[in-house]
Write a protein that binds this ligand. Structure first.
Ligand code: R5P
Length: 312
């Protein structure tokens, strides 16, 4: 089956990197907006009987990028594509996977239903906020991991005096995976979320005194979690040399300001999301292009994804 690679408007540089790694051109596609704000998609070449891979993280503005993704999938289906795979390195709405208080939607489940309704055959994503999202889909969801990639990037900045820190209970498993690879101990910050933007760090569990913290999270949104964790670590005697590692650096709202207020050695992140702001602290980006290209190559040939897949 011929392979067609399409780039939505959410992350063209990442789509280019995937195309480069695959040695393939991006397919022609125009995303245009009518004066009333409606999106209009036009695929500029035949995809009939093709194996189509659409690269589109559902990063902010989440609703816009999600709708665009669904419209492209619909266009591919109607144009006779044999199979359509959405490559969604950052999966928006993943944090709303359950009802926390009461009269709320299970938004991640609805997003999964919408994606399936528009005719998607399969999706590929990276470091989902929670792997329970997979259960919302009846189609295959290939959950890749950026942990190996990020661990190799981080290796040069850690030594035996470092400590891997989970900034909340939800990221403990992820932190443990980094710690096992780096041969470092783990500490945990007990966090309470007060609102979408505000969190409170209650206490630090584990020994961080005189250690350089390596704070791990799957995503940074407003930076509230990292700010609170950083302050709690400093109060617990950690060295003022904090390294932060995340797969998805959304950095919205006050994130840059909050992270800048910490003694941050550097932020290490993937390029799953296009940075919308100019960070005032050192940032190192580990490109997902080769990982996604390898996954697309194997999937297009019907091969196992093996070690590319996240477990647990
Ligand atoms: C927790 O639910 C997540 O792993 C992140 O810690 C959180 O969503 C990040 O959001 P913010 O940066 O706004 O605290």
């Amino acid at each position: 089956m011929d392979l067609t690679l399409l780039a939505g408007s959410a992350n063209p540089p990442l789509a280019q990197a995937v195309a480069l790694a695959l040695g393939q051109q991006l397919g022609a596609m125009v995303v245009h907006r009518f004066p009333d704000g409606e999106l209009h998609i036009e695929i500029g070449e035949s995809v009939r009987d093709h194996d189509v891979y659409l690269i589109q993280p559902t990063s902010p503005p989440v609703g816009e990028h999600l709708l665009e993704l669904m419209l492209v999938v619909d266009a591919c289906r109607r144009a006779g594509a044999s199979r359509v795979t959405a490559v969604i390195p950052y999966f928006g709405y993943a944090r709303q996977d359950r009802r926390a208080t009461g009269r709320e939607p299970v938004s991640a489940r609805l997003v999964a239903d919408l994606l399936q309704t528009c005719g998607l055959d399969r999706l590929v994503t990276v470091d989902l906020h929670t792997s329970s999202i997979e259960g919302f889909f009846a189609i295959p969801l290939e959950h890749l991991s950026a942990v190996s990639l990020l661990t190799e990037t981080v290796r040069s900045v850690v030594d035996s005096s470092s400590v891997v820190v989970s900034p909340d209970l939800g990221a403990v498993k992820l932190a443990e995976r980094y710690a096992a690879r780096l041969g470092l101990p783990v500490a945990i910050v007990n966090k309470t979320r007060l609102s979408g933007e505000e969190v409170r760090a209650e206490r630090v569990i584990g020994d961080v005194r005189d250690r350089a913290p390596l704070v791990i999270d799957d995503m940074i949104s407003t930076g509230g979690t990292i700010e609170a964790a950083g302050q709690a670590l400093l109060a617990a005697g950690a060295r003022p040399e904090i390294t932060v590692v995340t797969t998805h650096a959304l950095l919205v709202g006050p994130a840059v300001e909050r992270l800048s207020a910490l003694p941050l050695r550097r932020l290490i992140a993937t390029d799953s999301v296009v940075l919308q702001v100019e960070p005032t602290f050192p940032i190192e980006v580990a490109g997902l292009g080769p990982l996604l290209a390898e996954a697309i190559d194997r999937l297009s040939q019907g091969l196992s994804l093996g070690n590319l897949v996240a477990h647990g």
